[in-house]
Design a protein around this ligand. Structure first.
Ligand code: FAD
Length: 601
C-alpha cells in the first residue's frame, strides 16, 4: 500500500508539473518531482530513461511514446553523435528551447541561460503547418490541452515557452533563469579551463560550465561579438500590438479571427476604418488565444493626427521614442482599431495587463530589419575550439504581421542542430561552417509553399525540409576568407574602443590609457571617463592614484547605480590581480561606451 501511495504522489506531482502555468511553477514542480523520485536532474545522459523507469503512469507513458518516437529517428543515432559535446544555449525563448530539445536528443549536455525569471509575453505567434505538426509530435497537447485545437494556427509566446521548457527539462537539459549572459570567456593560459561564460550573478554555478558549442538565441538584436549584421532598411513601418482579456464567453467565441487582411486585398475595409475612425492601417491580424491579440501596421500620418505621436520626425527612432508617444492616445487607437475590425462584437473589451501590470499595448519600429550575414563561426584560443551558432530572431529578425518568426526560427534550430551533429561527429570545422552557411542562404526566402510538404519526413537533416538544397553551395575556402575578415572586424572594434577611451580621458593629465587591461588598474581612467561625460557624478581632484581599490569601487558603484552596469570583477581584484583579463575589461568598457554614446530621448 505504501508503494502505491508513493506512486500516486509521483503521479500527482507529474500532473502538477505538466499543468504548470508559469515558469517558476514549472521549475518548482519539476524539482519536487525529481526529489520525490530521487532523480538527479544533472545526470543528463540518463535522466530521461531513469525518469521513464521510475514513473509508471499512463499519462506519462503517452508522452514518452511521443518523445521516444522522435528520439528514435536515425539522425540522432541514439544520442551518439554529440555524446561528448557540451552546449551552452543563450536564451529560453521559443527558438533557444527548441534548439535545446534537438541538442539533447543528439546526446549533448545542454545548459540554457535565461535572464528573465518569468515568461510574460501575451503576444501571439503564427504557426506554419509544419510547426504545428512538429509541436504536436513532441506532446504539445499533453502540456497544453488547447494547443492548436480545430483549425487554430497560433499560440501565445508564453504558452509556447512553457511547453518547450517542460519538454527540455524532461530531456535532461539544465535551465537557469535569472542569469544574465555577459560574454564569452576565453580558455585560460594555463590550459586548465575551456570556454566559459561571463554571467551575472558572478557566483552562479553556470559560470564554471565549460562548453565547446555556444548557441545564441538571445532574440532581437542580441548578436555575439564576431558576427556581422546586415540592416535592411525599408519604408517606415510602425507596428502596434494590443492584447485584451479573453473571458472565453459564448459571444467572444463567435467573433471571427482575422488572419491577415492586407490592404491590397480589402481596400473597402481599410477605407471605412480610415473614414469612420481616422485610423489608417496597412494591415491587421486578430488572433483569439489566451488573450484577444491584435497586431497592425499603422500609417504615420494617422498616428500624428490622432495625437499618438506628438512630434513628427524623419528619424524612426526619435519618432517612436517614449517621450514622443502619448500612451493614452495609443491605447485609444488600438482599442478603436480592435473594435472596428471585429464589428464591435467583442463585448466589454478590456486590456490585458503586461508584465509590469500596465495595459498590454506596444508600438514597434519595423523600418529597419536586421539579419546576420552568416549563421555560424568557430573561435579558437589556446588550442580550444568553440563552435558558435545563431538561431531565432538574432539570426533573422521577423516582421510580426507576417508571422514568420517561429517558422523560420525552428527551421534554423533544426539546421543548427544538424551543424552541431556534424561537429560532434568530428567533421572538419571549415566543412561544418560551409554546410551551415549553404543552408542559411535559403532561410530568408522560405515560405510554406517553397518548403517540403512532406511534414512527417521533417528532421534535422536540411534535405528533408528544403527541396533541392545544395549543401555545398558555399565552399570551405570561402568560409575561411569570411572568418579572417571577422577577426579583423573584431580587432578593429577593439582599436575603436581604445581610441574612444583615449580621446575622452585625454583631458586628465594623471591618466594615460595605453591598453584595455593594465591601464585600468588604478581606477583613475574609469573615473576620468565618468567625469568627462557626467561631471556632476564625480570629482576626481580628491582621488589618490595609489588607492586603486577605492577608485575602482567608486567608479563601479556610480556606473551600476546610474546606468545599471554590473561590475565585472571586485574592486579588490581589479587593483591587485597580476594580469587583468582584457576580455572582461573590453566587455565592461563596451557597456560604458554604449551608455555614454546612446542618444538621449
Ligand atoms: P526571444 O523569444 O526574444 O527569446 C530570447 C530570450 O533570450 C529572451 O527570453 C531573453 O530574455 C533572453 N536573453 C536575451 N539576452 C540575454 C542575456 N544577455 N542573458 C540571458 N538571457 C538573455 N512575434 C510575432 O510574431 N508577433 C508578436 O506580436 C511579437 N511580439 C513580440 C513582443 C516582444 C516584446 C518581443 C521581444 C518579441 C515579439 N515577437 C513577436 C517576436 C517573437 O517573440 C520571436 O520571433 C519568437 O519568440 C522567437 O524568438 P527567439 O526565441 O529567437 O527570441
Amino acid at each position: 500500500a505504501g508503494k502505491q501511495e508513493l506512486g500516486n504522489q509521483a503521479h500527482a506531482l507529474f500532473d502538477r508539473f505538466v499543468a504548470s502555468q508559469t515558469c517558476k511553477e514549472v521549475q518548482q514542480n519539476f524539482a519536487e518531482l525529481c526529489h520525490h523520485l530521487q532523480l538527479d536532474s544533472q545526470d543528463y545522459h540518463h535522466f530521461y530513461n531513469k525518469l521513464k523507469e521510475k514513473l509508471n503512469y499512463w499519462k506519462a507513458k503517452e508522452l514518452w511514446q511521443k518523445i521516444d518516437k522522435r528520439a528514435s529517428h536515425p539522425d540522432y543515432e541514439q544520442g551518439k553523435p554529440c555524446a561528448k559535446t557540451k552546449c551552452l544555449v543563450l536564451g529560453a525563448g521559443p527558438c533557444g528551447l527548441r534548439t535545446a530539445v534537438e541538442l539533447a536528443l543528439l546526446g549533448a549536455q545542454v545548459v540554457v541561460l535565461e535572464k528573465r525569471t518569468s515568461f510574460s509575453r501575451n503576444n501571439v505567434l503564427h504557426l506554419w503547418p509544419y510547426t504545428i505538426r512538429d509541436l504536436r509530435n513532441l506532446g504539445a497537447k499533453k502540456f497544453y490541452g488547447r494547443f492548436c485545437s480545430g483549425s487554430l494556427d497560433h499560440i501565445s509566446i508564453r504558452q509556447l515557452q512553457l511547453i518547450l521548457l517542460k519538454l527540455v527539462l524532461l530531456l535532461g537539459v539544465e535551465v537557469h533563469t535569472g542569469v544574465n549572459f555577459k560574454g564569452l570567456l576565453e580558455p585560460q593560459a594555463s590550459g586548465s579551463t575551456g570556454w566559459r561564460a561571463l554571467v551575472h550573478p558572478e557566483s552562479h554555478p553556470a559560470a564554471s560550465y565549460q562548453f565547446d558549442v555556444f548557441i545564441s538565441a538571445g532574440g532581437g538584436r542580441f548578436v555575439p561579438d564576431g558576427f556581422k549584421i546586415k540592416e535592411l532598411r525599408g519604408k517606415l513601418a510602425i507596428g502596434i500590438t494590443a492584447n485584451f482579456t479573453n473571458r472565453r464567453t459564448a459571444a467572444e467565441t463567435q467573433v471571427a479571427e482575422i488572419s491577415g487582411v492586407a490592404r491590397i486585398y480589402n481596400q473597402k475595409f481599410f477605407q471605412q476604418l480610415h473614414t469612420e475612425m481616422g485610423i489608417d492601417l496597412e494591415n491587421i491580424v486578430y488572433y483569439k488565444d489566451d488573450t484577444h491579440y491584435f497586431v497592425m501596421t499603422a500609417k504615420k500620418n494617422s498616428l500624428l493626427k490622432k495625437g499618438v505621436i506628438k512630434q513628427d520626425s524623419s528619424d524612426a527612432e526619435q519618432l517612436l521614442a517614449q517621450a514622443n508617444v502619448d500612451q493614452e492616445a495609443l491605447l485609444q487607437y488600438a482599442y478603436d482599431a480592435a473594435q472596428f475590425s471585429t464589428s464591435h462584437k467583442l463585448p466589454d473589451l478590456e486590456f490585458a495587463l503586461n508584465h509590469v501590470g500596465k495595459p498590454d499595448v506596444a508600438m514597434f519600429d519595423f523600418t529597419c530589419m536586421h539579419r546576420a550575414e552568416y549563421a555560424s563561426l568557430v573561435r579558437e584560443r589556446r588550442g580550444k575550439k568553440l563552435l558558435i551558432g545563431l538561431v531565432g530572431d538574432c539570426l533573422v529578425e521577423p516582421f510580426w504581421p507576417l508571422g514568420t518568426g517561429i517558422a523560420r526560427g525552428f527551421l534554423a534550430a533544426f539546421d543548427t542542430a544538424w551543424m552541431v551533429r556534424n561537429w560532434g561527429k568530428g567533421v572538419t570545422h571549415l566543412q561544418v561552417l560551409a554546410e551551415r552557411e549553404s543552408v542559411y542562404q535559403l532561410l530568408s526566402q522560405t515560405t510554406p509553399e517553397n518548403t517540403s510538404k512532406n511534414y512527417p519526413a521533417y528532421s534535422i537533416d536540411p534535405s528533408t525540409r528544403y527541396p533541392n538544397v545544395n549543401l555545398s553551395s558555399i565552399k570551405p575556402k570561402q568560409v575561411r576568407r569570411k572568418r579572417r575578415s571577422t577577426e579583423t572586424d573584431s580587432l578593429r572594434r577593439m582599436v575603436d574602443l581604445l581610441s574612444w577611451c583615449q580621446k575622452h580621458t585625454a583631458w586628465c593629465e594623471r591618466v594615460q590609457v595605453k591598453d584595455l587591461s593594465q591601464s585600468w588598474r588604478s581606477g583613475l581612467a574609469l573615473c576620468a571617463l565618468i567625469q568627462h561625460f557626467r561631471p556632476k557624478l564625480i570629482d576626481m581632484s580628491s582621488l589618490d592614484e595609489n588607492d586603486a581599490v577605492h577608485n575602482n569601487q567608486l567608479a563601479f558603484d556610480i556606473l551600476q547605480r546610474e546606468f545599471g552596469i554590473e561590475p565585472i570583477m571586485s574592486a579588490g581584484d581589479m587593483a591587485s590581480s597580476k594580469e587583468i583579463d582584457q576580455l572582461s575589461v573590453v566587455l565592461y568598457l563596451t557597456q560604458v561606451h554604449n551608455v555614454f554614446t546612446e542618444p538621449v530621448s
